[in-house]
Ligand binder design. Sequence first.
Ligand SMILES: Nc1ncnc2c1ncn2[C@@H]1O[C@H](COP(=O)(O)OP(=O)(O)OP(=O)(O)O)[C@@H](O)[C@H]1O
Ligand SMILES: [Mg+2]
Length: 309
Amino acid sequence: MQHKQVKPRVWAIGGGKGGIGKSVISINLGVALARKGHRCVLVDADLGGANLHTMAGIPNPGKSLRELFTKDAGNLSDVLIPTGINNLGLISGAHALLDIANPKHLLKQKIIRQLFTLDADVVLLDLSAGSSFNVLDFFLAAHEPITVVVPTPTSIENAYHFLKAAFYRRLKTAIAEAEVGHLVDQAKEQKVALGIRTPREFLQHLAETSPEAGAAVSEKMAVFRPKLIVNQVRRPEEIALGTKMSTACRGYFGVEMNFLGGIYNDDKVVLSIQTRKPAMKAYPQSSFANEINDIMANLLANKVEGGRV
Ligand SMILES: Nc1ncnc2c1ncn2[C@@H]1O[C@H](COP(=O)(O)OP(=O)(O)OP(=O)(O)O)[C@@H](O)[C@H]1O
Ligand SMILES: [Mg+2]
């Protein structure tokens, strides 16, 4: 019997910095979802450094996003491959050429649109490092834009930079859509005199001086609901970084950032990459698996509409 196709929820994993566990978290969340019976498609959107296929134990994916970019034809679903795990498919980014790591705007928009039409319950995007517009556009399109941070000063710095870049990209669109660019320019000019120090104060000022414009922009910004995961925790007190960053985000941007949970540094993760078998599959009873399951449950419980507007 054929199941009825529902629109998938789109989750995107970013974070600004390389090597912080975005791909590890993506693949293991994918396996966790599949094990619970949720049909999941993993999309390796890290075109410059795709490696989800290797983590999934697929040395040569055969089909990948490369075809879509080079031929500029076909659909995302044409390059979907099985992973050998029930309920889990993969759209690989393998063998992408360097020039398609920066796809053209229209092609990128087409791929983003198609993500929302895939036949799955959850579409999970593994993003590349950095805060380029390409990464941000995938991140902002998702219902659940998830930032990964590890407890090191460099990662924290990159995570804030990434969130700031995402916030301003979203704000720019919101201002254009609400057609209030002139009011924003006025406020910007008087920023120092008005004592506006943060984006939150800027939005407050806009709401006070022009309630209609303020409401229009705030309404569009309200859908920006980033989430946070703290990875590679070594000491329990490092978990507090999650709530600290959420509080800072509220104060500075006026944006609610849910802290989804922490993941401890675990040698099983390293071993699972060496053996090319996701830790969630190889060690389903481990504390790592429990942490991933908790984060998945938090994400599934959250049905607040966000993302594409
Ligand atoms: N929870 C963890 N415990 C132990 N090691 C981890 C954990 N998370 C990530 N790692 C280690 O960090 C390495 C990098 O992880 P991963 O490839 O997922 O990072 P990434 O953010 O996707 O990097 P890139 O931006 O380069 O794609 C892994 O190969 C693994 O060795
Ligand atoms: Mg990666």
